[in-house]
Design a protein around this ligand. Structure first.
Ligand code: 6PG
Ligand code: NI
Length: 185
């Protein structure tokens, strides 16, 4: 009988111990992601936008799972709320679960024909992300947005198609309220 030396404090979304690693995305990593690229380029490139902490128990082989927590800082670039890069899984049929832990935000979802929708993310919300669906977290609140995730470890990330074409929806602050604005056409 042994204790696992990996800890997940579910209420705060704090993941620690063996197999856990963290990565930070700063303003300087996010060229071409936000609508107002000029506003982004004027910001301190070291400013934190989000971080991902994940537990890798098995590597990326087929049949494995990864478990992680994303924390999106509160903030905006121009009128657009801080958000993740967003991606399709490289293996397109790979699905994922997200769940809200703290803060308020939106999960933007887009299928391969660019049909978009958004789900409200709040503590306790559960989100099933089907395969073939790009996903992006947007922090529309004033505190950290903390979201748990579990996904097949061979899913991979296709960032290029989002970098090239973006999402069909953007989330902008319009008179102090988050508004979904079509990005296409
Ligand atoms: C994944 C998950 C999740 C995601 C982060 C950061 O497939 O790995 O969806 O951990 O990576 O929320 O978002 P980006 O990967 O789009 O930067
Ligand atoms: Ni994913």
């Amino acid at each position: 009988l042994v204790n696992s030396n990996t800890r997940f404090e579910a209420a705060e979304g704090k993941l620690s111990g063996s197999g856990v690693s963290a990565s930070l995305r700063v303003v300087g990593d996010l060229a071409g992601i936000f609508l107002d690229e000029e506003a982004r380029s004027r910001r301190d490139p070291r400013e934190a936008v989000y971080e991902v902490v994940m537990h890798d128990a098995c590597g990326a082989a087929e049949g494995g799972l990864f478990f992680g927590v994303s924390r999106v800082y509160p903030g905006k670039i121009g009128a657009e709320y801080f958000m993740t890069k967003g991606h399709f899984h490289s293996k397109r049929n790979r699905a994922e679960y997200y769940w809200g832990i703290a803060g308020e935000g939106l999960l933007l979802l887009m299928d391969e024909s660019r049909q978009c929708r958004a789900e409200r993310v709040s503590p306790g919300s559960l989100h099933f992300i089907s395969g073939y669906t790009a996903h992006r977290l947007v922090n529309t609140g004033r505190s950290m947005l903390v979201v748990g995730a579990c996904w097949p470890s061979d899913a991979g990330h296709d960032y290029d198609s989002i970098q090239r074409d973006g999402f069909g929806l953007r989330v902008l602050d319009v008179d102090g309220q988050p508004q979904l604005v079509p990005a296409d056409g």
